[in-house]
Design a protein around this ligand. Structure first.
Ligand code: GLY
Ligand code: MN
Ligand code: MN
Length: 444
C-alpha cells in the first residue's frame, strides 16, 4: 500500500471528524470496533461484523473490543487494540503493517481495560461523541451515536479517497478472477455448490471473508433476486448461470454479477441486449447526474428490450412505462453506493444535514437517490427476470394480452439476467472508471 495515499486518506478523515465535532459541539470522537455476538442460548459466535466507521480508518476487520479515539489537533489517533491471551481462538496478531506508524497504540488484553486509556471524564461531561452498537458499551463509555454527526460523516463517506479506490480496485481484481473460474465450472456442468467452491478457490477467500453470501443460481433459480441456497447436485441440463459474488480487500467490497449462457438463440439475444444496455447505463455515471435518472433510464431501456425482442408486443414503450410493465421484469433498483458496506450508508441523503432525497414514485427498491459527485463508487446492475409471482399478476391483469407468453415461458427456463459492475464517478465531464470491466480487461 502506498503510504502517502493512506496518510492522505487519514488526513481527510481527520478533517471530516474535526469539522463534524466542531459543528455538533463535541471535543473528541470515539469509535468502538464492535463486539462478537452469540446465538441465542448458545456459545457459538456469529461472524464478526466490524463497525464500518472503525474500518474506515483502519484495515482491521477481525478486531472486536478495540477502540479508536480521534482528538482534534495534531495528535495521532489513539488505537486501543484488544489482543487477548486466548488459547481457544487465534487472537489478533501484534499490530503490523503500513498503517501502524500513523497511530498511537495501546494494547489491552481484557475488554474493560480500554477504560484506562479513554477519556471517561469527557464522556461524563457529554463532550465525547461515541459511535458504536449499544452492546459495545463499557461502564462510562456508552455509544450516543449523535445523529447530526453521523449524517455529516455518512454524507462525506459517499466520496472515496484515492486510498479507498485502490482497495476497491484490488477487491474487483480479486472477484473477477473468481468469476472467470465460476464460469468455467458452469460450462463444465458443475452444481451450484461446486461453482461456489471454484469461486472461493480462485478468490482466495473462504465463506467467512465474502462481503455477502454468494448468489449462485442455475436456470430458473436466476429469477430469485437474492437466491440463497446452493444445490449440491447439478441439474440435468445447465442452461444459464447468474452469479452475484464479491470479494473484500482491507474491508472494502466488490459486488459483481455476471450472467452466462450455455447457448440458446433467444436467451443469448436477451443477454446481448442487456450487455449493451448495461454499458450505456455505466456511461451515464457522471458528476452532476441525479442517480434517480439513471434508474428511470434503465426502465426506458428495459421497455425497449422487451419490445425489440418481442417479449411484450402489443404495447408501446411509453405505455409499458406508464403502466409499470417494466417493473414486472426489473423489480429492483439500478444500484447503490458501494464501499465499506456492500450497500453503503448515505444513499438517500439530499445533503449532509440528513434531509432525505425521495425515491421516484413507484420505485420503492431504489437504494440511491443522490446526485453523483466525483469519487462516488456505485453499482450499475440492470436485470431482466422471469419471476413467476410477478408474471402471474401481469397475466391476471388488463395487459396480459400484450405479452408473448410463449416466449416468456421459454425464457423462464433461464431465470433471468443481471449484469453488475462497480463504477466510480469522476470529475465533471470525464467518463466513469469501471472497476469491474478494467479488472476483467487486465486478466487479458
Ligand atoms: N449483491 C447484492 C446486490 O447486488 O445489491
Ligand atoms: Mn449490488
Ligand atoms: Mn450484487
Amino acid at each position: 500500500m502506498n503510504s502517502a495515499a493512506y496518510a492522505h486518506h487519514l488526513a481527510s478523515l481527520q478533517q471530516r471528524a474535526e469539522d463534524a465535532l466542531a459543528r455538533c459541539g463535541f471535543d473528541a470522537l470515539l469509535i468502538a470496533s464492535g463486539i462478537e455476538k452469540y446465538a441465542f442460548l448458545d456459545d457459538r459466535p456469529y461472524l464478526f461484523a466490524p463497525n464500518p466507521h472503525f474500518k474506515h480508518w483502519l484495515p482491521l476487520t477481525q478486531h472486536p473490543n478495540s477502540w479508536l479515539l480521534i482528538r482534534p489537533g495534531q495528535q495521532k489517533p489513539l488505537l486501543v487494540y484488544y489482543q487477548p491471551d486466548d488459547y481457544w481462538h487465534v487472537p489478533p496478531s501484534a499490530p503490523s503493517g503500513f498503517w501502524v506508524e500513523h497511530f498511537e497504540i495501546r494494547i489491552i488484553s481484557t475488554p474493560d481495560e480500554a477504560r484506562q486509556h479513554l477519556p471517561l471524564q469527557l464522556a461524563a461531561a457529554g463532550r465525547l461523541a461515541i459511535i458504536g452498537e449499544a452492546d459495545a458499551a463499557l461502564e462510562g463509555l456508552v455509544p450516543n451515536n449523535p445523529a447530526a454527526l453521523l449524517n455529516l460523516l455518512h454524507y462525506a463517506r459517499g466520496c472515496k479517497t484515492e486510498y479507498e479506490l485502490t482497495q476497491m480496485r484490488a477487491a474487483s481484481a480479486r472477484a473477477v478472477r473468481a468469476h472467470v473460474a465460476a464460469r468455467q465450472a458452469f460450462l463444465a456442468g458443475a452444481s451450484e455448490a461446486q461453482i461456489h467452491a471454484a469461486y472461493l478457490a480462485a478468490s482466495g477467500h473462504t465463506d467467512r471473508d465474502l462481503p455477502y453470501g454468494n448468489i449462485v443460481a442455475l436456470n430458473e433459480h436466476g429469477a430469485v433476486l437474492h437466491y440463497q441456497y446452493q444445490d449440491l447436485t447439478p441439474p440435468t441440463q445447465s442452461r444459464s448461470l447468474l452469479i452475484d459474488a464479491g470479494a473484500q480487500v482491507a474491508g472494502y467490497a466488490a459486488d459483481i454479477t455476471r450472467s452466462w449462457s450455455a447457448g440458446d438463440a433467444d436467451f443469448d439475444a436477451l443477454l446481448a441486449a442487456m450487455e449493451s444496455a448495461q454499458l450505456a447505463l455505466v456511461g451515464e455515471v457522471r458528476a452532476g447526474v441525479d442517480y434517480r435518472d439513471i434508474h428511470l433510464s434503465t426502465h426506458a431501456r428495459i421497455a425497449s428490450i422487451l419490445k425489440t425482442l418481442g417479449i411484450v408486443k402489443a404495447m408501446s414503450e411509453e405505455a409499458m412505462l406508464a403502466e409499470r410493465i417494466t417493473s414486472t421484469f426489473m423489480p429492483h433498483g439500478i444500484g447503490h453506493l458501494l464501499g465499506l458496506q456492500v450497500h453503503d450508508v448515505g444513499g438517500f441523503m439530499a445533503d449532509e444535514t440528513g434531509a432525505l432525497a425521495p425515491k421516484p414514485e413507484g420505485h420503492p427498491y431504489l437504494r440511491l437517490t443522490r446526485t453523483l459527485q466525483p469519487g462516488m463508487a456505485v453499482t450499475i446492475e440492470p436485470g431482466l427476470y422471469f419471476i413467476p409471482t410477478l408474471l402471474k399478476a401481469l397475466r391476471a391483469g388488463p395487459h396480459a394480452g400484450a405479452v408473448n407468453w410463449g416466449l416468456v415461458e421459454h425464457l423462464s427456463r433461464y431465470g433471468g439476467v443481471r449484469i453488475e459492475d462497480d463504477v466510480v464517478c469522476r470529475a465533471a465531464g470525464a467518463p466513469p472508471e469501471n472497476l469491474t470491466r478494467d479488472a476483467f480487461a487486465a486478466l487479458g
